[in-house]
Design a protein around this ligand. Structure first.
Ligand code: PHE
Ligand code: ZN
Ligand code: ZN
Ligand code: CA
Length: 472
């Protein structure tokens, strides 16, 4: 046999089998104490970068690029998949740093972000070294935690916020619509260590109300009272909110003045700004309240640990609902039955997406192999389409004789219907998509089956990926 079921495929299948049961109640996840000592060390780094680069980390100046490079290097070392996304502004080139934890369901993305740039007048330690240090430390802690994320975690460090939210706008404007739809939540952190702090929770997006309530409940559980604030278009969540994405965030205050009622519940100085150094040169490493920072980074950790595990269901994808489970084979052989070893992440054949696919035949000897999945097509379906991608390579050289075949079949009880037969004559280097109308099977439970057969010599490989049986 040319290949066997890899240990990796078995491991993935087992994990998916235990954790991937639809409808499992997600238990509240206990999140660790996020180290304020580590977050403070990140702020020291931002201060050093500013000091070494003319006193700021402003767009188009070397202190910004140095900040972006440093954050990216930390995330790279922790195992994130990172992207430095470049864009142009009137002040010069800027960059977003995007970091994705390469685990969990890529169809359900949970994001947190912060702007990484300062104004030109100072180092920007509270605005927004604090949000950046907090999001970075949570990302690093998550990577080190050994947690198995159910969903896909992504962290954004935005450039040019101070020029009008340019980085976050650039990011969302360049996301394909299908990718926007996968973002379940965006959490924003901009100024979370103000020296005369308030404890504000964003309240400007009804789609984010449950995340808002989770943040509020977290602070309440730590005996910290919060107030809602309508931040509207004043920070980077606005770009996400305008796409209809759920957003939430926290804030410890900028140029606004703390009231005496607020000073009574939060301490600090009434009649003074939450951050008297807001957008000034004195927003340096001394312009911090580390208790406020500590509480806010723990809140970020609480949200990330919990939303990483949240059950968003399989949900109908845009354009219809795919009735096939594990349709791209990325969970290994889960939900597919047939010849063992067919579902594989072997590097010998490319997947169309991800790394797994169904590789039938390719033995170069007399043999048959199959894989299939049972699926119930609703009686009320008004349309039903079977689709998949297939790539066929063959050592056969004939242009007229069929030696090796792959049949696509619908097994309906004792009746098997062959929708199509591919062979060595259909070989080609690219994946091609095939679609079939299967509405005739509405109200039935049928098996979608791929059945291969080879003759005694010269291999033909039929590689199938990204299957779908879609109903509207
Ligand atoms: N985005 C503002 C800035 O960077 C600060 C701010 C954050 C104001 C959140 C309101 C709410 O200058
Ligand atoms: Zn600012
Ligand atoms: Zn800011
Ligand atoms: Ca795949």
């Amino acid at each position: 046999m040319r290949r066997s079921l890899s240990a990796g495929a078995l491991g993935v299948a087992l994990v998916a089998g235990v954790l991937g049961v639809p409808g499992n109640i997600a238990h509240a996840v206990e999140s660790p104490d996020i180290s304020v000592t580590n977050a403070k060390a990140h702020l020291d780094q931002f201060q050093s970068i500013a000091t070494a680069n003319g006193g700021n980390r402003y767009t188009g100046r070397p202190g910004y690029k140095a900040s972006a490079d440093w954050v990216k290097s930390k995330l790279d070392a922790a195992g994130y998949t990172t992207t430095l996304q470049q864009f142009n502004t009137s002040a010069g080139t800027s960059y977003n740093v995007i970091a994705e934890w390469p685990h969990g369901d890529a169809n359900h993305v949970v994001m947190a972000g912060s702007h990484l740039d300062s104004v030109s007048s100072g180092p920007g330690i509270n605005d927004n070294g604090t949000g950046s240090a907090g999001v970075l430390e949570v990302a690093l802690a998550y990577a080190a935690s050994g947690q198995t994320a159910r969903n896909r975690l992504r962290f954004g460090f935005w450039g040019a916020e101070e020029l009008g939210l340019l980085g976050s706008k650039y990011y969302v404007n360049n996301l394909p619509a299908a990718e926007r739809d996968k973002i379940e939540l965006y959490l924003n952190f901009d100024m979370i260590g103000s020296p005369n702090p308030g404890y504000f929770v964003y309240n400007d997006n009804p789609a984010g109300n449950s995340a808002r309530d989770d943040l509020t409940a977290y602070f309440t559980s730590k005996s910290v009272q919060t107030e809602y604030i309508d931040v509207q278009g004043r920070s980077d969540h606005a770009a996400f909110r305008s796409l209809g994405i759920a957003t939430a965030g926290t804030f410890t205050g900028a140029e606004g003045t703390k009231t005496s009622a607020q000073a009574a519940k939060w301490g600090g100085t009434a009649g003074q700004a939450y951050d008297p150094c807001y957008h000034r040169s004195c927003d340096n490493i001394n312009n911090l309240n580390l208790t406020a920072l500590d509480r806010n980074i723990d809140a970020i950790g609480h949200m990330i640990w919990n939303y990483a595990q949240k059950d968003y269901g399989s949900g109908p994808p845009p354009g219809g609902s795919n009735l096939l489970l594990n349709p791209g084979f990325e969970s290994g052989a889960v939900n597919w039955t047939g010849t063992s070893g067919v579902v594989t992440n072997s590097s010998s054949k490319p997947a169309r997406s991800g790394s797994y696919k169904a590789w039938l035949q390719g033995n170069g000897s007399t043999s048959t192999e199959n894989t299939g999945q049972s699926v119930a097509i609703p009686a009320a379906a008004t349309a039903a389409t079977l689709s998949f991608w297939i790539r066929i390579d063959s050592a056969e050289t004939t242009s007229s004789v069929v030696y090796d075949t792959l049949k696509v079949q619908i097994v309906d009880g004792g009746t098997t219907t062959t929708l199509a037969t591919y062979s060595n004559l259909n070989k080609g280097s690219a994946y091609v998509e095939k679609t079939f109308n299967v509405l005739a099977y509405k109200g039935k439970t049928v098996t979608v089956k791929f059945l291969g057969a080879e003759d005694s010599s010269l291999q033909t490989s039929f590689v199938v990926d990204d299957t779908a049986l879609t109903v509207p």
